[in-house]
Design a protein around this ligand. Sequence first.
Ligand SMILES: [Zn+2]
Length: 221
Amino acid sequence: MQPNEATRALLSRQIIDACLEMGRLGINQGTAGNISSRFQDGMLITPTSTPYGELTEDDIVFVDSRGVPETGCLPSTEWRFHLAIYQHHHDRHAVVHNHAPYATSLAIMNRAIPAVHYMIAAAGGTDIPCAPYATYGTEALSLLVVTALAERKACLLQHHGMVASEVSIAKALWLANEVELLARWYCQLLACGYQPETTPRLPAEEIAVVKAKFNSYGLRS
Ligand SMILES: [Zn+2]
């Protein structure tokens, strides 16, 4: 096996394992959602419409930098925004997309998640924005995702779900789960009667302090 083939097999296995873990974490359902990893000049990404439990390494599709998939392979319908994230952020090496219940609930309400907890800093700033709606799989959605992620590692997608991007598959999956937890807390505050405008939140200066701490000490609290 050539080094590139070995790397591809390893990344493909990590993608499948992360897909299965999304199901165990309860942040995705059925064949919704998709995961990719930067590879060579393009990316490896889950195929369209295959149940995660049936995936093998050979099913993971390579898409090159022009958006052309391997002959005879059908990548996830959301390949456009995955590829666009890699092209706009050279420090991102994995992208996780799902329809997690609480994150999607907020996305339906077109609500960004505010700084209700210091862990919001893990996504890169004082909030997790919500990208406006566009039909799934379109170039229009890809542009909206890239705009929402300009200063963030994660965002919600209106009437759709969420996206998290990070330096590795493990970290992207971890971040996606943190976004869902933040969304759950925020949903519970709204259910308790808080209004979006009056929900208690941390000031931007404190989020900057936490972000700097994450950068120097890592994410352990
Ligand atoms: Zn989706």
